[in-house]
Design a binder for this molecule. Structure first.
Ligand SMILES: NC(=O)c1ccc[n+]([C@@H]2O[C@H](COP(=O)([O-])OP(=O)(O)OC[C@H]3O[C@@H](n4cnc5c(N)ncnc54)[C@H](OP(=O)(O)O)[C@@H]3O)[C@@H](O)[C@H]2O)c1
Length: 278
């Protein structure tokens, strides 16, 4: 039986994938921070005769130690992991800079550090399977934002947009570095932009942006079940290359700063040192 680990597996795209793989007979470990959402997923799993294959793991992925603990919990219950899907995200586009208990800027911690810890931490469990794949869901190919090398935590001139965009660019480089560092790995690392998808994301935006985004979603956005189809195709039949980037059904060229290998390895080294102290 396949094991699929999905961070952010209790809502939006992650939940759509969780239900798909439960219907396919896989064991699904869905990670989220809200128990009620986890319980709702488990209740739905019971309606499709998948109660015994659905697991909710509560974790606050703004914390590096919680992400490490999650790796240990997964490894202690599963001998191997076939697919790791990284969807956990909470946009903080407005308001003051927030810092986690471990001292990291919030978006950097949740959207990037947790994905770094899980990608590298679950490598051995993934490599124990036939066709392992990591899908990092973000916005590869979008030419917005950059890595603020001199101030990764954005202690100076912070803005929520800047930090959100930086975390997206950091995830592009995470995939590039992972493939570069593990030349012999069977793991296929897929950076994935789903396009605009109608999920629970706007619920956490402040008004009037929340209402505007919801209205825009009704006109522009794809539904979760529709958006999940090309994701499943890539997860089930990953490309031959160790790292690829995609926007919905389109494969993206790996050119420019976003996918630069030197930058990727530099960020990897800095991240390693940053979280080593935790
Ligand atoms: N929707 C779009 O149009 C779109 C477009 C481009 C890229 N994406 C990317 O697709 C991914 C999924 O987005 P989505 O729209 O499906 O999001 P969503 O519906 O808002 O779901 C986010 C998920 O992340 C979890 N999460 C949030 N904070 C967490 C924390 N501190 N610890 C653990 N889990 C946490 C949430 O669970 P809890 O609430 O329980 O914590 C939820 O399961 C994201 O990476 C996003 O950037 C989405």
């Amino acid at each position: 039986m396949q094991t699929v680990v999905i961070t952010g597996g209790t809502d939006g795209l992650g939940r759509g994938l969780a239900l798909h793989y439960l219907r396919q007979g896989a064991r699904v470990l869905a990670v989220g921070s809200t128990p009620a959402k986890g319980e709702a997923l488990l209740a739905q799993a019971a309606t499709i005769a998948a109660a015994d294959r659905a697991v909710f793991l509560k974790a606050d992925l703004t914390s590096v130690s919680a992400a490490r603990d999650l790796v240990a919990r997964i490894e202690s219950t599963c001998a191997s992991v076939d697919k790791l899907v990284l969807c956990a995200q909470r946009y903080r586009l407005f308001g003051a800079r927030a810092v986690t208990r471990e001292g990291f800027e919030h978006s950097f911690a949740l959207a990037y550090l947790s994905r770094y810890v899980l990608s590298h931490g679950l490598r051995k469990a993934l490599e124990a399977t036939q066709q392992p794949v990591i899908m990092n869901v973000g916005t590869p190919g979008v030419p917005l934002g950059r890595i603020h090398w001199d101030d990764l935590q954005l202690t100076r001139r912070y803005s929520g947009f800047k930090s959100t965009l930086q975390s997206f660019r950091a995830n592009d480089l995470l995939g590039v570095a992972f493939a570069a560092l593990h030349a012999d790995t069977p793991i296929r690392y897929v950076g994935y932009h789903p396009g605009v998808v109608s999920t629970g994301m706007p619920a956490h935006l402040p008004q009037p942006l929340r209402a505007c985004t919801k209205a825009a979603f009704t006109v522009l956005a794809t539904s979760v079940p529709k958006a999940v189809t090309p994701m499943v195709r890539l997860l089930d039949e990953p490309p031959a290359e160790r790292f690829t980037a995609h926007r919905a059904t389109r494969r993206l060229p790996l050119k420019g700063q976003a996918f630069d290998q030197d930058a990727a390895l530099r960020l990897h080294g800095l991240t390693h040192d940053l979280i080593n102290a935790v």
